[in-house]
Write a protein of this length. Structure first.
Lengths: 637, 517
């Protein structure tokens, strides 16, 4: 079984290399075949492993495979080895499964683009790195994947590289991620110094010797979390993700919604033992997640770009996942990550289908009434919206409810803020939905004329994802609704050690849980109704005139001016510093000292040359004077 | 014997190429190419036979060569090769072949003399990496300097004379300080032991008071620190790099800077371990300053070659940080950094040269949108920009990670600041891609009409570099194993010396204490 593992990341890597080397000689059909096929192979192999783990006897909870030794020097040793346990298997299923659907979708979406081959190369490379990230059995291999997906994200955001704004967005994403990665790499170094190894197995087994609240573990977990903040777009490093929407829409679905941005969630879940040992860091994770969830949700309310709304929504939902992790409910975090992967990929692909049908229009103020034109997109988008809003029995309901239930058990404040964030979510999502699909079409006549439903390669993935968004929640039906929470049972070996450290979680009694559930569903319906009355009954369309907005609205519309603030506080001063160093320190100071020395020597030798007069009398005089000086100075000293 | 051959082949090849060029320039070029290739082949043969050396635990040296030269003064022709110097000379010949290839079309006048200088620089560098006689070492140090001066001064760009002078004076002045230190060492050793010799192994055993040690170390350090370069002794580098012809920049960045790093590992630390240990915090601080300062400066450069030059300043900061961290991980990182930086920065300079051949400018603000026109070149640029920002999977990451891992235990705060350099590296590396290859074409079509994608010769240059940088990133173990013994022996020797002098001082103190009682 273990021998299969190596082929899983290998398949997309070969796809990448194959398309890369045969670039020009492959037709678009073959490119699609190899690119999709590579991911499909990875998906099939992952499924085999997944079901093997599912049916594995007690105790046989993981497969490992070592490809080769990577670096060994002194007491440091790390190898290219993979670990497939329930956690990574779950991730692999999402990455290859959703990844495959998005590959298929992209065939239709990108068909007329000049960079078709390049696009699929990047996409396959991304799957490869993402698989390394979740399959690596040590921190350094995870870091390889971590940085590799960052590279692919950079390349894909700036895919249409002729547009300078897109390039800037790509660069911003990369740099912000690297700021986070700084924390991650220092964390890895600290782990090595502390535990003498960077293999998960060694680290987690040795971690048991540390007491809860140990200072060094706190530092490690904080540093790792800094990495997660960058990759998963949390406050304060979230501003790259909305800008990342510059990339082609399938990329937004795959990388910036379903997989890469959840790497931070995976990483913390992977390190659950360390995080459980540091309650302080868990508090920080909760607070940051909660703040991000709320903050991003408020921004999403006032955005008019269909992809920007979804981007802020992603930031907000990631925040909720971190809340779950921060509460120590690791399974819940992974559960929401999985359902989110389904419905957010669906929503993004749906948005892509809308944009495709609307001749690249992304502004929802110019949409409306698309129900008639894009029936399949409409239905599937509705499913996605219901799922993210948390209407039972759609996927988002179960996972979001589980987060809120955990929050309630922990603290009422966390619960309240989380609930507000998720209510805002249902409002802005239905705002988006109504503005896009209901009412009259507000596009220009020319655009209207061209509106068309997308081809099958795009609609079929939409339908599959819609089904997943509908039934995906059933992998985690809570006890109170008569379920057994299959995901929880599956993942429990991964979190067994931390469950032992944390001790018994206090559970809500069933009646409280049911009341909370009813309350939140009821309020969600109210939010949907409000959105309905504003955008359908009153046919209100957001104004394009910024000046007419109220102060609060304008603040939100402009995303709290965070980008502007970063620009003024960080980017400009650094650039200024660079200029100052260049013109003052380099050119004025050091160069002048250097050139000055040269000039002084030239001047000195020129002056000294005058002494060489050729006049014997002068030489004798000089000699006599020198002798006198020598004698006098000797007698004095 | 092979060791001597390495240098003789280059020197003789240089002379022959010069003479041949007087009759036919192409023949001259081919002779130059064959000469360096022969050395490369020879060094690969040595490399393939390294296993016995790696397995044996006795002699630190894989090969040695000794012949008397001026016995009256204790000067001998003495060469030795260990894992470290093997890696270094392989890098030298590899980049040497590429240097000849990049010059193929670029150099249009006095080609014979050009290839003579090129091969003699390489000979000087090889000598520096191999020689075990300090007099000879200084000789080779000069041999690599003078032809380099000509390379910049004769075949350079618009401001070549100034750049050549600046380079010459910086390196010459610092080299003289080293000469003083070498001579002092010679006399101190001679007066103490009665045998006057420049032999490296003999001089290793010289003992001196801490004060003298400090002074002598500073003499050596001056030469190496200027070469490396360490801020604030770096200002010759941006000028020299930007003005030199492509091969000149390649050799400067890829090899000459490495002689500084090599000198630190081979001479400064083993000769003066105690003084080095004292200096370590300061040296590491300067390393970190270099990392950050170079990165910040690189960020606002508009001249492509100047930009890359400042990235070198930044990357070489890791070298000095690692050397003075005094542990195996950091030193392995340093050795990796020497190799990977040679390749990645070399590639960026060759890219700058290829662009210059096409559009006759190095100003990145006038470039843009070249991906559409030259996709192959853009992919190469992407790979080496990524190498330069330390993307895992490429060699530079392994180097920088090991260095940081090692330096953490030596100095935590400085390591954190050094790691910030990685963010800086991201900013400047991406700038290369943004300004040159992405965006709309800014240049007027007339000027860029010659900008075809890379030709066969250029592909032949870049593809081996790409393969090597990936190899270094994915499977660096072979290189680490090769450098293992020199690194460990160097550290062990320093430790022993420090312990011995510590014990000696203890003994003196005890005696004094005893006298008082």
């Amino acid at each position: 079984m273990s021998d299969l593992i190596g082929f899983i990341p290998l398949a997309p890597l070969l796809g990448f290399l194959f398309i890369g080397f045969l670039n020009k000689s492959l037709t678009k059909g073959w490119v699609s075949f190899f690119a999709c096929g590579a991911v499909f192979v990875a998906f099939i192999l992952s499924s085999v492993l997944f079901f093997n783990l599912l049916n594995a006897p007690e105790g046989q909870a993981a497969f490992t495979y070592t490809a080769f030794d990577w670096i060994t020097t002194g007491n440091f040793s790390v190898s290219f080895s993979f670990l497939v346990d329930p956690l990574s298997a779950t991730m692999m299923m999402i990455i290859t499964g959703v990844g495959f659907l998005i590959h298929v979708y992209s065939v239709g979406y990108m068909y007329h683009d000049d960079g078709f081959r390049r696009f699929f190369m990047y996409l396959n490379l991304f799957i490869f790195f993402m698989l390394l990230l979740v399959m690596g059995s040590n921190y350094l291999l995870m870091f390889v994947g971590w940085e590799g997906v960052g590279l692919c994200s950079y390349l894909l955001i700036g895919f249409w590289f002729k547009n300078q704004d897109y390039n800037d967005a790509a660069k911003k994403a990369f740099i912000m991620n690297r700021i986070g990665d700084l924390g991650l790499i220092l964390g890895v170094i600290l782990i090595f110094v502390t535990f003498g190894s960077i293999n998960y197995a060694d680290v987690f087994s040795k971690a048991g010797e540390f007491p809860v609240g140990s200072e060094i573990i706190t530092w490690i977990t904080i540093l790792l979390f800094v990495g997660a903040i960058g990759k998963s777009a949390q406050i304060p490093l979230y501003t790259w993700l909305p800008d990342a929407m510059a990339g082609p829409t399938p990329v937004s679905a795959l990388i910036h919604a379903a997989t890469m941005v959840t790497a931070g969630v995976y990483m913390i879940a992977r390190n659950n033992v360390l995080y459980t040992l540091s309650p302080f860091t868990l508090e920080i994770v909760t607070v940051i997640g909660l703040a991000t969830a709320l903050f991003a949700a408020t921004i999403a309310i006032a955005q008019n770009d269909i992809k920007k709304v979804l981007a802020y929504s992603t930031v907000s939902q990631l925040g909720l996942m971190f809340v779950a992790l921060g509460l120590g409910a690791f399974t819940t975090g992974i559960f929401h990550m999985a359902t989110h992967a389904f419905f957010k990929a669906l929503l993004f692909l749906g948005a892509g289908s809308v944009i495709h049908g609307m001749s690249d229009e992304q502004d929802i103020r110019k949409m409306g009434g698309l129900r008639k034109y894009l029936p399949i997109t409409f239905i599937t988008f509705l499913v996605g919206t219901l799922a993210i809003a948390g209407i039972p029995p759609f996927a988002g309901f179960f996972s979001k409810d589980e987060i809120l239930a955990n929050a309630f058990a922990h603290s009422k404040v966390v619960y309240a803020v989380g609930a507000i964030a998720s209510l805002l979510t249902s409002f802005y999502m239905f705002r988006l939905f109504f503005l896009t699909f209901s009412g009259e079409n507000r596009a220009s006549e020319e655009v209207k004329h061209h509106i068309h439903e997308s081809p099958k390669s795009m609609t079929i993935p939409l339908m599959v994802l819609a089904v997943l968004s509908l039934i995906g929640g059933f992998m985690g039906v809570p006890e109170v609704l008569g379920g057994s929470h299959a995901l929880n049972n599956f993942l429990s070996p991964v979190f067994a050690q931390s469950a032992q450290i944390a001790g018994e979680h206090h559970h809500l009694d069933h009646s409280t849980e049911l009341i909370l559930m009813g309350l939140i569903v009821g309020l969600t319906l109210v939010m949907i109704f409000i959105a309905y009355s504003i955008y359908v009954r009153r046919k209100s369309v957001p104004t394009s005139n910024e000046a007419s907005l109220g102060a609060a609205h304008r603040l939100v519309y402009n995303k709290y001016y965070v980008d502007e603030a970063y620009n003024t506080v960080v980017v400009k001063p650094l650039y200024f510093l660079s200029k100052v160093f260049d013109s003052v320190v380099e050119k004025l100071l050091i160069d002048n000292i250097v050139n000055g020395t040269g000039k002084a020597i030239t001047w000195g030798s020129k002056t000294l040359r005058l002494v060489q007069t050729g006049n014997t009398g002068f030489y004798i005089l000089a000699m006599v004077i020198s002798i006198i000086v020598l004698l006098v100075s000797r007698s004095f000293l | 014997m092979v060791l001597l051959l390495f240098i003789i082949i280059l020197m003789a090849g240089g002379v022959v190429a010069w003479i041949a060029s007087r009759f036919n320039e192409t023949v001259g070029k081919i002779i130059a190419l064959l000469t360096v290739s022969a050395d490369l082949a020879l060094s690969i043969m040595v490399w393939l036979n390294r296993q016995a050396y790696l397995d044996s635990s006795q002699d630190q040296w894989m090969m040695r060569f000794n012949a008397e030269w001026i016995p009256t003064f204790g000067i001998s022709v003495s060469f030795a090769l260990d894992g470290l110097s093997l890696l270094m000379i392989m890098l030298t010949f590899f980049l040497g072949v590429l240097a000849v290839l990049t010059s193929w079309k670029e150099i249009e006048y006095r080609t014979g003399f050009y290839y003579f200088n090129l091969l003699w620089v390489l000979a000087g560098i090889t000598g520096v990496f191999l020689t075990m006689d300090l007099f000879l070492f200084y000789f080779f140090w000069e041999v690599m300097l003078i032809p380099m001066y000509f390379l910049i001064g004769v075949w350079g760009h618009e401001n070549k004379t100034y750049a050549a002078y600046k380079f010459f004076i910086f390196t010459q002045a610092s080299g003289l300080l080293m000469l003083l230190a070498i001579l002092s060492l010679y006399f101190i050793h001679g007066s103490a032991n009665g045998t006057y010799t420049f032999n490296y192994f003999e001089l290793l055993n010289t003992t001196y008071s801490p004060e003298v040690g400090r002074l002598l170390m500073l003499g050596f350090l001056a030469a190496f620190v200027v070469k490396l370069p360490v801020v604030p002794f770096h200002t010759w580098l941006p000028d020299a790099h930007s003005q030199a012809p492509t091969a000149g920049s390649l050799i400067l960045a890829g090899l000459l800077l490495k002689t500084g790093a090599y000198g630190l590992l081979r001479f400064v630390v083993p000769f003066f371990p105690e003084a080095s240990l004292e200096l370590a915090p300061v040296a590491m601080l300067f390393g970190v300053i270099g990392i950050l300062y170079g990165a910040i400066l690189a960020f606002s450069q508009t001249d492509f070659k100047r930009l890359v030059a400042y990235t070198s300043v930044s990357h070489m900061g890791f070298v000095i940080l690692g050397v003075f961290a005094f542990n195996e991980l950091a030193w392995q990182g340093v050795v990796m950094q020497m190799i990977t930086h040679g390749i990645s920065t070399g590639a960026l300079f060759i890219l700058a040269g290829s662009l210059y051949e096409r559009i006759h400018t190095r100003d990145i603000t006038s470039m843009g949108g070249f991906w559409a026109r030259m996709p192959f070149m853009a992919v190469i640029a992407l790979i080496f920009s990524m190498a330069s920002l330390g993307l895992p999977g490429l060699g530079n990451f392994v180097a920088e990670f090991l260095t940081l891992l090692g330096s953490w235990s030596a100095n935590r705060t400085l390591t954190i600041f050094a790691a910030i350099g990685l963010v800086g590296a991201t900013a400047y590396s991406l700038r290369i891609m943004q300004k040159i290859y992405y965006g709309e074409a800014r240049m007027d079509p007339h000027r860029s009409s010659h900008s075809q994608d890379l030709g066969t010769r250029e592909k032949l240059i870049f593809i081996p570099m790409v393969l090597l940088i990936v190899w270094l990133g994915v499977y660096p173990q072979v290189f680490i194993d090769t450098a293992k013994r020199p690194v460990n022996d160097g550290l062990k020797l320093s430790e022993q010396k420090i312990r011995k002098s510590f014990e000696a001082r203890e003994a003196v103190l005890n005696q004094k204490g005893g006298a008082h009682e």
